[in-house]
Design a protein around this ligand. Structure first.
Ligand SMILES: [Zn+2]
Length: 151
């Protein structure tokens, strides 16, 4: 596991190689542990286990703003995807978009998207946070002995 030197605080990615960051994001997008790639983080669609079953990484990290950031990321991601789909629909169907259908589908999509994307946004946020703040040994069960080294 890569540990940042306090001198790298202004360059948080200095010692975290980009391949490691992309690997963590890829694992998160496939609902696996960003740290070790293990499955089994989801208890159900809306509830994650407290720790990764393999490396023991705490899914809810320390920090008073971690939870707020996670929720904000979920909503921003959901609305950005929805906005992109909305614009794509308008471009494809222009000049005759079905406005009556949009009046129903648009608000429903904006309300449903954060729930559909919940585990993805939660794990992508965790991966981004791990890239900025690599886990301390105390955050991993048995000091991280079960985690895979950075590749
Ligand atoms: Zn893990």
């Amino acid at each position: 596991m890569v540990q940042l030197d306090p001198h790298d605080i202004e360059r948080p990615f200095a010692k975290v190689r980009s391949r490691r960051i992309f690997a963590m994001l890829g694992r998160a997008l496939t609902l696996r542990c960003p740290n070790c790639g293990s499955r089994g983080l989801l208890r159900n669609w809306f509830k994650l286990n407290e720790r990764c079953p393999r490396c023991g990484l705490r899914v809810e990290r320390e920090g008073h703003d971690y939870m707020a950031g996670s929720l904000m990321f979920n909503i921003v991601l959901a609305e950005m995807i929805f906005a992109a789909a909305f614009v794509a629909y308008l471009i494809i169907t222009w000049p005759h978009p079905n406005w009556n259908m949009l009046e129903i589908v648009a608000p429903a999509g904006m309300a449903i998207a954060p729930f559909v994307l919940f585990p993805f946004s939660k794990l992508v946020w965790l991966a981004a946070d791990l890239a900025l703040r690599p886990p301390h040994a105390s955050e991993l069960r048995d000091g991280g002995a079960g985690s895979t080294p950075a590749r």
